[in-house]
Design a protein around this ligand. Structure first.
Ligand code: C5P
Length: 301
């Protein structure tokens, strides 16, 4: 039996370009892994079946596809096809990462399932090949193998290092409803129709804030091109941003396509104050504090 734990991600910057012919959008993003974890356990099955069971803590009425569509199941199939065996596996996922929250929960489980199945089946796969399989599963999956703070180019799947100092304290405002990533990108297309969108970029001031490890500069430089579109689909999110501003968060940014919002706090006390204010304001379903960066999918005992 193998257990792998995998973090959630937030995007410190998310630049989006015009829709490509393959339907995806070019991205220039800075991913940042935070210590909110899912755990994926892999056990040999008695036959060749690949199955998954989900246990989700926190959010009520969560619906998680637990069949063949599930990204973790697809990850297990990818490793099995790569090795060329027909062993079965029982995957059990303990979820803490919000579902459809913009924090890549499904992609995280896929990254963890890749690592767990490789280990269970003693798969001698190279790093590059593993990253290729990860990219086929989803745009965010390669980053969840790495973790830390890293650039994502292409449709988000091409990962490269950024020089990043320091550790950061985040307050995350969670909702008990999700936002569909595909719907948010469609709204982005609608809003930008007729505009000449250039190639997406990560702002220099964000990279320089990360190089120097300056939390105030980082807070001021957080940016997400999907934010306006997500707010258009979910206008009540504005109330979440308003609370963060009133509590002098160093910065705020939507996580991916939302609806989770991340606030940067200056210290533990500030994080507690922010969390209390958010919880008291009824603008979100739950509040958690998290710190980053942390490593990607790793074995856990
Ligand atoms: O890659 P992933 O499966 O996470 O993407 C989910 C959906 O989000 C895609 O089907 C697409 O509609 C949209 N997307 C996009 N451009 C990206 C990443 C995702 O349009 N770079």
């Amino acid at each position: 039996m193998v257990t792998v734990k995998v973090p959630a991600k937030i995007n410190l910057a998310l630049g989006v370009g015009p829709r490509r012919d393959d339907g995806f959008h070019p991205l220039a993003t800075v991913y940042h892994a935070v210590d909110l974890y899912d755990e994926v356990r892999a056990e040999p099955a008695s036959d060749s079946t690949i199955s998954v069971r989900m246990h989700h803590e926190g959010v009520e009425n969560a619906i998680v596809p637990a069949g063949e569509d599930n990204l973790a199941v697809r990850a297990a199939h990818a490793i099995r096809d790569f090795i060329g065996v027909d062993d079965g596996v029982e995957l059990a996922i303990r979820k803490t990462i919000p579902i459809s929250g913009g924090m890549a929960g499904g992609s995280a489980d896929a990254a963890a399932a890749l690592v767990a199945c490789c280990d269970l089946w003693n798969c001698a796969i190279g790093r590059e090949e593993l990253e290729r399989l990860a990219a086929e599963l989803g745009s965010d999956v390669p980053f969840l193998l790495h973790g830390g703070t890293a650039m994502g180019d292409g449709r988000g799947e091409q990962i490269s290092p950024v020089l990043a100092r320091g550790s950061y304290l985040w307050v995350l405002a969670l909702q008990n409803h999700g936002l569909s990533t595909a719907d948010v990108f469609t709204e982005f297309d609608r809003r930008t129709a007729g505009q000449q969108l250039g190639a997406p970029l990560v702002p220099d001031d964000l990279l320089s804030a990360l190089r120097s490890g300056n939390a105030e500069q980082l807070g001021a430089a957080l940016t997400n091109d999907l934010q306006v579109s997500s707010l258009a689909l979910d206008p009540e999110l504005q109330g979440v941003f308003d609370v963060g501003r009133e509590c002098q968060a160093l910065g705020s940014v939507l996580c991916g396509s939302g609806p989770t919002v991340a606030f940067l706090a200056s210290d533990e006390q500030h994080a507690t104050d922010l969390a209390v204010a958010l919880a008291a304001s009824n603008v979100c379903a739950d509040v958690v504090t998290a710190s980053g960066p942390v490593t990607g999918a790793r074995h856990f005992s």
